[in-house]
Design a protein around this ligand. Structure first.
Ligand SMILES: Nc1ncnc2c1ncn2[C@@H]1O[C@H](COP(=O)(O)OP(=O)(O)OP(=O)(O)O)[C@@H](O)[C@H]1O
Ligand SMILES: O=P(O)(O)OC[C@H]1O[C@H](OP(=O)(O)OP(=O)(O)O)[C@H](O)[C@@H]1O
Ligand SMILES: O=C(O)c1cccnc1
Length: 485
């Protein structure tokens, strides 16, 4: 493709309005005031009881490489008509802020800060769009994948959605998110190369059609691919596909490892049960049955309840596109800003809906784990200078329905935010993808089953400390006073 500006810096992967605001701050001389923004979402996707955070790795890469290239500047000058004085300034902009964030694979709930960015106002403003773009998609897919994997349990989950994904980046980063969420392997070879995710696959109908004979196609495939899985539904699963697979496997005997068959259409419960009988009768008791065809957590629950004899689940479209909810609504909100005297002041966004009123101030998030049973009692958002671990009896109360409260005594207050950047310098060592996947599993153990069921889960508590709640009320009444003047 012939590009007029031939580099692909991600700096302009932002909304025009961010640049316009940045220019305003710069002209007014407030661009270097320290600002604190938080990323959070208000509603969990898919009616799920928890979210799974993903995207930090790409956010880190984006912030580390935050530099306007010559062609970025040229485009802003030539096409968008930004003036030279502002462009001169932009040329030297880098990310110099401090970031605290949850780790990838952290379980995350509504209204709690996932990432906290403290940076000069101009920088913090410019990076909003890309950060939300990354976090929203990857968190959405990691959550969907975990939700599906919870239903699949110890059986194998294979991600095969690339052809249906919303373009290449979504396929790659969606595959990574699926792996974080517990998927065992992917069909995407590039994702295997980039991230070390195990790669697996069968073959398509095209190969049978190319040979115009199922038996010959299986035979040719098996000769070259000793670990073979045959797709058996091209003509007739039970009359032709499974018998041909068995015939080839018997003929080639020890020369191949007949790993499985794949069903991709029809009644997957019925066909899997019948195919299992045929395989067992032929002595192939260890040969696995793989199913695919528009599967998601609901069809998988249904198939399991029908006693389907499926060992491996191949999932594409409905995972990689987050079919039933194609977007997560994470937002990026200013919670504190430096004033003209150099003091940090809180900022608040008021809404008619009490759940939507933002929570001002610098905050930290803790997971309150009951040491008696090693289960989480809920998350606790406190102001930056508080130390909930020092409390003997921690009061947890619902931030809107405040009469719902409890006291916790023997607990660990596990801080969920970790230092990622300090004044623009990366201070975080990313865990391996395998470690992140393991971290999700570990974290799920902390949750009671009530929060993990796929249908109508209980609402997990995300509470504010008394000081944080008082501070919010103070901010609300200050705004009200101003408005009534
Ligand atoms: N026993 C079953 N119970 C519930 N859902 C099933 C069962 N078997 C298959 N399904 C699901 O039903 C849908 C069937 O899809 P579709 O209507 O496209 O039929 P098909 O069998 O794939 O036909 P085609 O040959 O056109 O591909 C898929 O989403 C599949 O996962
Ligand atoms: O159904 P999904 O969850 O999206 O999983 C991926 C689908 O992609 C393939 O179908 P496709 O018709 O593209 O090709 P094939 O059946 O010929 O392999 C495969 O057979 C699955 O059905
Ligand atoms: O390997 C497979 O079976 C596969 C890969 C991609 C899409 N559908 C199936």
């Amino acid at each position: 493709m012939q590009l007029k500006y031939n580099d692909d810096s991600l700096v302009l992967h932002t909304d025009f309005y961010q640049l316009n605001m940045a220019e305003t701050y710069w002209e007014d001389g407030i661009h270097n005031r320290k600002a604190v923004f938080e990323v959070f979402f208000r509603k969990l996707p898919f009616g799920n009881g928890y979210g799974v955070f993903a995207g930090l790795e790409k956010v880190i890469e984006y912030l580390q490489n935050y530099t306007f290239t010559e062609s970025d500047i040229a485009y802003l000058r030539d096409e968008l008509k930004f003036k030279e004085d502002f462009l001169d300034y932009l040329k030297d902009v880098k990310f110099t802020g401090t970031v605290r964030s949850m780790k990838e694979g952290e379980l995350v709930f509504s209204n709690e800060p996932i990432l906290r960015i403290e940076a000069p106002l101009l920088e913090a403003q410019l990076i909003e769009t890309a950060i939300l773009n990354i976090v929203n998609y990857q968190t959405l897919i990691a959550t969907k994948a975990t939700r599906i994997k919870q239903i699949i349990g110890d059986q194998v989950a294979l991600e095969m959605g690339t052809r249906r994904a919303q373009e290449m980046d979504a396929a790659i980063w969606g595959t990574r998110s699926a792996y974080i969420g517990g998927f065992d392997a992917t069909s995407n070879v590039r994702a295997g190369k980039m991230f070390g995710i195990p790669v697996a696959g069968t073959h398509a109908h095209a190969m049978i059609q190319a040979y115009r004979d199922e038996y010959i196609a299986f035979h040719k495939y098996a000769k070259r691919h000793k670990d073979c899985v045959f797709l058996v539904d091209t003509y007739d699963t039970l009359k032709s596909g499974v018998p041909n697979a068995i015939k080839v496997a018997k003929e080639l005997g020890d020369k191949i490892n007949f790993k499985g068959i794949r069903l991709d259409s029809g009644d997957l419960a019925y066909l899997s049960k019948e195919a299992r009988k045929l395989l067992d009768q032929a002595g192939f008791k260890d040969t696995k049955i793989i199913a695919s065809n528009d599967l998601d957590e609901d069809t998988i629950i249904n198939l399991k309840s029908q006693g389907a004899k499926i060992d491996t689940w191949g999932i594409g479209t409905k995972l990689i596109t987050a079919f039933d909810q194609p977007a997560l609504g994470a937002v990026y909100k200013l919670v504190s800003i430096e004033d003209e005297k150099g003091n940090m002041v809180d900022t608040i966004k008021i809404s008619g809906n009490p759940e939507k009123v933002s929570t001002p101030g610098l905050k930290r998030v803790y997971r309150i784990i009951n040491k008696m049973n090693n289960k989480s009692e809920g998350d606790y958002i406190a102001l930056d200078n508080e130390n909930p671990q020092a409390e003997e009896r921690l009061k947890m109360f619902h931030p809107v329905h405040v009469f719902i409260s409890k006291f916790i005594t023997n607990f660990e207050a596990r801080e969920l935010h970790h230092p990622i950047f300090e004044d623009g310098v990366l201070v975080y060592k990313s865990p391996s993808l395998q470690e992140i996947q393991g971290y999700v599993k570990e974290n799920l153990e902390l949750l009671w089953e009530e929060y993990k069921r796929s249908l109508m889960p209980e609402e997990y508590p995300v509470d504010l400390s008394q000081a944080c709640w008082d501070n919010k009320m103070k901010n609300i009444s200050e705004v009200q006073k101003k408005l009534s003047k």
